[in-house]
Design a protein around this ligand. Structure first.
Ligand code: GLA
Length: 749
């Protein structure tokens, strides 16, 4: 997969999806030469042009050669402010205050497999699954070295990149920027695509043309955030869902990040991605190293679908781990929107009984079970059951679930502390804050200083104790505010710029310890919904609560946007009450159910209040989901119609089972339209010459009637060849009601 030609200095990284080519020029400069469809060989059909460009300087080593400038050449890991004015990949401040460095090629090695990144989450691979190239660059003044790591996977269109920087000098230095990767594209006529959002409206797909200047998609919130997802793509102007080149990037990192592009004077485009350099400063004593997070680079010549397939494959096989990686996830009921803080043991027992009768598999007790917490103003940090609220303690609640054959789940928010808590009274210095100013609050709580080992130990021990003593099978791990004044009472002044990064080293260590101590527990991450939906977190917790917005129509967009990077098995999605608590919308139960079935399915409403008719409908949905779960969670997912395109009035999704024998199609039409305009959609990924029978079909229902008024045939029982389904398409029956949802199950004969 990786070859090196000594004579030309060319590294060719290749699998059956892409080629990625680097070159050592003049024995020392590491240049980027090609990334795209796989090539037989790279023989340089497009040699780099040597032009004397005014105001583009030469390093002294090339002084006589005015046509050679690093300000013009495509680079792999460019330095700041020396001989290249474009955005840098890294920057340093040496102990004498100067900031120039010169990294040049020193050595390289090619290894089977993929080494783990120390203390950080990363894609994992066996020896046969990947190959890794490590290129070592050394500074000409001997103060710095960088090891650039490139891993090619055998099974996906992904290249993993990361960098380890080392202080090789005799004096300390400060890193003021250390990206995971940089890339120079030879032209600028791309669109950039990012996932913009906010709390309860995460990951909206936004596509805009690249324009001159610097553009940044970033988080400065101490978390990957609702506002921007750690994902970025560059797409050819003509690329769409099914065809055209798309270059996608995602970080295995949960903290602040930045993807910055610069469309510059000579028509090229630089992209740099990694930890956000703003506010970052890492002190490196002589001999110390800094490891950047990993970036996953996806190449697709098959549009956005191809890019998402690459990400989904790498997430499913190399990011997710543990006993739940390939297991269908349990159908849950969460009491949050049903009771908020107002529950007791009796109510929960009744909830467990109803859950059992409906076919639900896991009962989750959300916020409010610990300390003295009856609203969101107190007790975070005191992970001890409030027995005055829950007679018999958590053990009794767990038993009431277990007795009925249900699993039991529990909510925690371990990275936080309330000032009204025993933990804060004992350790006020464990919260992040400025020593000079009044504290800043979010949801009336403070963030714990996870850069401190004793804080991490406290979290591991207090959470672990509850899990062991109460028999918890599932954890919802929440994080409900962002970092401000991220300073540590335990670090010296020169290390305060490290706190927001060290916070995540601490969190990853906590999660590593907890998940290995409790390997059977299913962890679901949450941050006010999907505020920390990233590949770093998924390495420890294989699913994430996608959004606090549970309205089905809103979720069509949120889940479609999320699927750009993350496969459905990572997305928590629940049926909630109508009128919906976030937007007040009233949608049919079937629409809420079909939308939630796209992810890890559950209910988040008072199931004890269902009428008999509702109970029957819910039982049928649960039974249907149990039949289809394997296909929907462990199969291949495709977006067929995106709510971010066209009128935005329609959405269609497809799931194909791993063996290709079962296909589930979901179609949603948000608002009814007056004309008899009927729109077909086209399944993909079927075998053209195989016959598929329409085994099950669920037409849309109105709010007040059962769909009997639907015209047209249901096609149920009919069989079609794959080519007809893919080329002639499927046309949903027209129905005069808003918020319509349809589901088809096709079985290959
Ligand atoms: C966050 C979560 C919710 C719920 C509450 C509890 O907002 O996203 O699902 O758990 O916290 O306080």
């Amino acid at each position: 997969m990786i070859t090196f030609d000594k004579e030309t200095g060319i590294f060719h990284l290749k699998n059956d999806r892409y080629s990625y080519v680097l070159q050592i020029a003049k024995g020392k400069y590491l240049l980027h030469r090609y990334w795209g469809k796989p090539l037989r060989a790279f023989r340089d059909s497009r040699p780099l042009q040597a032009l004397d460009r005014a105001f583009s300087p030469q390093p002294e080593a090339e002084r006589g050669e005015r046509t050679f400038s690093l300000d013009v050449l495509p680079q792999e890991y460019p330095a700041a402010g020396h001989v290249d004015y474009r955005i840098p990949a890294y920057s340093v401040r040496l102990s004498d205050g100067t900031t120039s460095t010169e990294l040049r090629y020193a050595t390289h090695r090619i290894e089977k497999g993929k080494p783990r990144l120390l203390g950080l989450p990363s894609a994992l691979a066996e020896e046969t699954e990947a190959e890794t190239l490590v290129i070592r660059l050394e500074d000409t003044a001997g103060v710095l070295a960088a090891e650039l790591s490139y891993s090619v996977f055998a099974d996906s269109a992904i290249l993993a990149r990361s960098v380890r920087l080392e202080n090789t000098g005799k004096e300390p230095l400060d890193l003021t920027g250390a990206a995971s990767f940089a890339l120079d594209f030879p032209e600028q006529d791309y669109d950039h695509v990012a996932l913009f959002g906010g709390h309860a409206s995460e990951r909206n797909v936004e596509r805009m043309p690249v324009t001159h200047g610097v553009y940044s998609v970033e988080s400065r919130r101490g978390a990957s955030s609702h506002q921007a997802s750690p994902f970025f793509a560059l797409a050819r102007k003509t690329a769409d869902e099914r065809q055209g080149e798309v270059f996608g990037f995602s970080l295995v990192w949960s903290g602040e990040f930045a993807f910055r592009t610069e469309a510059e004077q000579f028509g090229t485009l630089r992209l740099v991605g990694g930890i956000n350099p703003e506010g970052f400063r890492w002190h490196l004593a002589p001999g110390e190293t800094f490891q950047t997070p990993e970036a996953l680079l996806a190449y697709s010549s098959e549009g956005f679908d191809g890019m998402s397939q690459a990400f989904h494959t790498v997430v499913r096989h190399h990011i997710l781990r543990g006993s739940w990686r390939d297991r269908g996830r349990p159908i849950l009921v969460n009491n949050w929107e049903a009771t908020y803080f107002d529950f007791d043991a009796e109510k929960l027992d009744h909830l467990a009984e109803c859950a059992k009768n409906l076919g639900i598999e896991l009962m989750v007790l959300d916020d409010g079970w610990f300390g003295k917490r009856n609203d969101d103003n107190s007790s975070l940090g005191d992970w001890v059951c409030n027995e005055s609220k829950l007679a018999g303690g958590l053990k009794a609640v767990a038993e009431s679930a277990h007795r009925r054959g249900l699993k039991f789940g529990l909510w925690f928010e371990p990275e936080m502390v309330s000032t009204e808590s025993d933990l804060y009274r004992a350790h006020p210095d464990w919260a992040l804050r400025s020593p000079h100013y009044p504290m800043t609050f979010g949801r009336n709580q403070l963030v714990l200083d996870l850069s401190r080992r004793e804080v991490c130990d406290y979290i591991v021990e207090s959470v672990s104790k509850v899990l062991t003593e109460s028999g918890v099978d599932y954890v919802k791990w929440d994080f409900n505010r962002h970092l401000t004044d991220a300073f540590s009472a335990a670090l010296p002044p020169e290390r305060q710029g490290e706190v927001k990064t060290r916070f995540y080293y601490g969190l990853y260590d906590v999660l590593e310890r907890l998940t290995s101590r409790h390997p059977e527990v299913l962890f679901e991450s949450c941050s006010g919904g999907g505020g920390r939906f990233d590949l770093g977190i998924l390495h420890y917790m294989p699913q994430t609560w996608t959004s606090d917005d549970t309205d089905a129509i809103e979720r069509l967009k949120i889940q479609t946007g999320t699927s750009m990077v993350f496969p459905p098995i990572t997305m928590g999605a629940h049926v909630s009450v109508v009128p919906n608590h976030q937007v007040g919308r009233v949608t049919p139960m079937q629409t809420r159910a079909f939308c939630a079935m796209m992810g890890c399915y559950g209910y988040e409403l008072d199931i004890t209040r269902f009428t008999e008719e509702e109970q029957a409908e819910v039982r049928a949905h649960i039974a249907l989901y149990k039949r289809l779960r394997k296909t929907m969670q462990l199969g291949t997912f495709h977006r067929l119609v995106s709510p971010f395109e066209g009128s935005g009035n329609e959405t269609a999704w497809e799931f194909v089972s791993a063996d290709g024998r079962e296909v589930v199609l979901l179609y949603f039409k948000t608002l009814a339209t007056p004309k008899t305009e009927l729109r077909r959609f086209f399944p993909v990924g079927l075998a053209a010459d195989a016959e598929y029978e329409v085994a099950e079909y669920y037409p849309a229902k109105g709010l007040s009637h059962d769909g009997a008024g639907n015209k047209g045939t249901s096609l149920k029982g009919c069989a079609f060849y794959g080519d007809e389904l893919m080329q002639s398409g499927i046309e949903p029956e027209k129905i005069d009601t808003d918020f319509a949802a349809y589901l088809w199950v096709l079985r290959r004969k």
